[in-house]
Design a protein around this ligand. Structure first.
Ligand code: ADP
Ligand code: ZN
Length: 737
């Protein structure tokens, strides 16, 4: 009988980021199992913790007893425990961060399913103006991010109860009772969507499906990339793959980007596998989430459909994991644990001897490269399942507009087409990338943008010091007064945002109803679906939006898509900027030509010859892939290397730099051949009063070096410094700003 238990303390702190040993008292013998939640003494307090292992021996001499068992059954499966250990090493997080990713927050609070009160934002929250009430603003911001939260959780995250009360008075938030636990089965039956039948597969689809079925039958872990153009019928393949998996008595998981988890999407899966689908996403209320989780735990759910974090769902006997739109950045979590769902899914596929199926019309360079190198099986679909045609794409050269004396943010072609849409009472989408970055400088005559010679990212203007700076390697140059490309003098800052576009459209067409969708206007929980419905019901002719309208807005009357400024994405100071631009243009192009009236796309840019734009306009993924891969190879960016980013942040500028220098010096000894960039100020140098500085490691061997690097990180956290500087370590970051 094991005498000892290795426990991870449930405190998010570097000081306790290691297993602690306890002895098991007589009366708990045989009841303590890995994954169980227990109460243990730590110093002179009591803490919650999770049992990791039951070692036969211990080197610790004076052991304390486990004080109590919290739940009768383990909260974590052995697979989840093993996965946590791997996660903390690969993605440089604390073990407790990894464990927290595996369990919904409401389960962790020691509350069994029952009735709880949660605070949620109301429909009015979107337009709230709270500049003069920072505490309220912060509270509301938290709620907008998290959807709904129990009051104590909200306060733990930094809200104060006075602010919550004021927000309630203003009608911006409300408290509702949420019921956790299993719901009324009769009610469930009423909501059940109608059954849908499988399609007879087209030839291409059948070939891809056959290959997937072989892999499922073999029960060997295999990674596959399904590269299929939009509307080639990838979803049907996922559905039939899942059906095949269920027949084998195994379970399946399908991940989709948060934003495409629409009610229609959910109906699709519930219609095919009624009563057996658990749905997980961040807009669920606490009660709903608990209920879905229970369905998985008690084995009723055989299929999990969810966004990124659903990859941790405690499904057993997984046969198939699908990641749809695998190139999406939302699969990377930006806070600890900073994992990529693709990597976690592949770990679980290997653990379960399952198939991992990645699907996309524009695969990430990393995945496509793996497929060409034989690390994944490549499946292709080049034809559409429906008679929808790919729309013609016109690229408008904004330099020519200027030469013709036309300085407006809309080109003459876009203006013409827009008025046509309005005359014919059709619909148009105007697309602006809000992630766009105003810091780059552009010559309006030739389109030239100053780029770093060694990193090939755009350099950022710093007004205060009148210099241009590379935010990867810290290289600086003077601000040019004449364009290095054409000797012209019309060098300008670049700016365009959704609000600005809205104002201009209103000036042009004061009578035409329009909707603006960006993070500001869609903060409320239901705002997104409200606008979606309004546009579908044709209450507006024009929809202006950010990438959130690049997906799912499939309406037959949309006959025009205008990309107002392709350059905002193209010139992000990030090495993935060309890839993001290609993906985005391809995606927005798919939003038109869905009905009998056809449609067209207009892309405005100062770089009409850029390979991202040319190949996207030609709907030519392979050409894009080949030219972009060559760029990556020349500068040894992924997939030719891995990156590891150390991001330092804090309120004291000097302390942040000192910390970065301290760690970077130590990295030099630890990394061997890997290249070290920085420390350099991050592109977003100052966010919310915090200065941000980063060092980036680039190398093929980073995975092998992880133990040595982790040791350096530990030393960093062990330093005794007066003002601690936050360190975030990010393996293969998707956004480097
Ligand atoms: P993708 O995910 O590749 O963009 P979808 O799965 O959305 O494409 O498929 C596009 C449309 O084609 C859907 O309406 C789907 O129902 C339909 N479809 C898919 N496969 C077939 C098929 N074999 N026969 C007829 N229609 C199909
Ligand atoms: Zn540089």
């Amino acid at each position: 009988m094991p005498q000892y238990a290795e426990v991870i303390i449930d405190l998010v702190s570097n000081a306790v980021d290691r297993p602690f040993h306890y002895s098991i008292p007589e009366e708990m013998q045989g009841k303590i199992k890995p994954g169980l939640r227990v109460e243990v003494p730590l110093g002179n307090r009591r803490c919650q913790g999770y049992v990791l292992r039951l070692p036969r021996e211990t080197a610790v001499e004076t052991l304390k007893h486990i004080s109590a068992i919290i739940d009768p059954e383990p909260l974590l499966t052995s697979e989840q425990l093993a996965l946590s250990r791997w996660l903390s090493l690969r993605f440089y997080c604390r073990l407790i961060d990894a464990l927290h990713a595996m369990i919904p927050a409401s389960f962790r609070k020691g509350r069994r399913p029952g009735e709880i009160k949660v605070v949620e934002p109301t429909e009015l929250a979107g337009g709230a103006e709270l500049k003069r009430a920072p505490a309220q603003e912060k509270t509301l911001e938290l709620l907008k991010q998290k959807g709904s939260l129990p009051r104590p959780e909200l306060i733990r995250l930094g809200a104060n109860s006075q602010a919550i009360r004021s927000l309630e008075k203003k009608g911006l938030v409300r408290t509702v009772t949420a019921v956790t636990g299993p719901s009324d089965p009769d009610k469930e039956d009423q909501d059940r969507p109608s059954l849908t039948k499988p399609h007879l597969l087209r030839e291409e689809q059948a070939a891809c499906f056959a290959r997937i079925k072989t892999a499922l039958d073999d029960k060997k872990p295999e990674k596959m990339l399904l590269h299929g153009i939009t509307a080639s019928g990838k979803t049907e393949i996922y559905l039939q793959g899942i059906a095949c998996c269920l027949e084998q008595g195994r379970t399946a998981m399908i991940l989709v980007p948060e934003i495409s988890l629409t009610p229609q999407m959910i109906e699709h899966f519930e219609g095919r596998f009624p009563g057996r689908v658990a749905v997980l996403h961040s807009r669920l209320s606490v009660a709903e989430k608990n209920r879905q989780w229970q369905m998985i735990l008690n084995g009723r759910a055989k299929v999990v459909l969810g966004a990124r974090s659903a990859v941790f769902a405690p499904l057993e006997k997984i046969g198939l994991i699908v990641i749809d739109e695998e190139h999406e950045t939302t699969y990377k979590q930006e806070e600890a644990p900073r994992y990529h769902a693709r990597d976690v899914a592949w770990w679980r596929a290997r653990h379960n001897r399952a198939v991992l199926l990645l699907g996309s019309a524009t695969p990430s360079l990393e995945s496509y490269y793996e497929a060409t190198e034989g690390a994944a099986v490549l499946l292709k679909m080049k034809e559409r399942a429906t008679p929808i045609q790919l729309p013609p794409v016109n690229v408008v050269d904004m330099r020519e507009e200027l030469k013709a004396g036309h300085r407006f943010i809309f080109s003459r072609l876009l203006l013409d087409e827009l008025s046509g849409v309005i005359e014919r009472d059709e619909q148009a989408l105007l697309f602006i990338n809000r992630r766009g970055f105003a810091g780059f400088v552009l010559c309006r005559e030739c389109g030239h943008v100053v780029r770093c010679p060694s990193c090939d990212v755009s350099m950022t203007l710093h007004m205060d010091r009148q210099i241009m700076c590379c935010h990867y390697c810290a290289h600086e140059t003077a601000v040019p007064t004449t364009c290095p490309g054409c000797r012209g003098t019309r060098i300008r800052y670049f700016s365009a945002g959704t609000q600005r576009v809205e104002e201009e459209v209103k000036k042009l067409y004061p009578e035409v109803p329009l909707i603006r969708m960006d993070r500001d206007t869609t903060a409320g929980r239901h705002a997104h679906s409200l606008y979606y419905r309004q546009f579908r019901e044709r209450k507006a002719n024009i929809l202006i939006g950010t990438q959130m309208i690049a997906k799912g807005f499939d309406f037959p009357d949309v006959t025009l898509v205008g990309v107002v400024a392709a350059d905002t994405t193209l010139n992000l100071p990030d090495f993935r900027a060309p890839e993001r631009t290609f993906q985005l243009l391809t995606q927005v192009a798919g939003r038109t030509a869905r009905g009998p009236r056809g449609g067209r796309v207009i892309v405005q840019t100062y770089h009409p010859r850029h390979h991202s734009i040319v190949t996207a306009a030609d709907h030519d993924y392979l050409s894009f892939y080949e030219s972009e891969l060559e760029n990556r190879r020349q500068l040894a960016y992924p997939p030719y290397s891995n990156l590891l980013r150390f991001l330092f942040s804090g309120p004291d500028e000097k302390a942040v730099f000192d910390a970065a220098v301290w760690l970077t010096d130590r990295l030099e000894a630890a990394v061997g051949g890997a290249e070290i960039l920085g420390p350099a100020p991050a592109s977003l140098y100052r966010i919310k009063e915090q200065y941000r500085v980063h060092t980036i490691l680039k190398g093929k061997e980073l995975i092998r070096l992880a133990p040595a690097l982790k040791k350096v990180v530990r030393e960093y956290h062990g330093r005794k410094t007066p003002d601690p500087v936050r360190l975030a370590v990010d393996f293969n970051p998707q956004v480097v700003l």
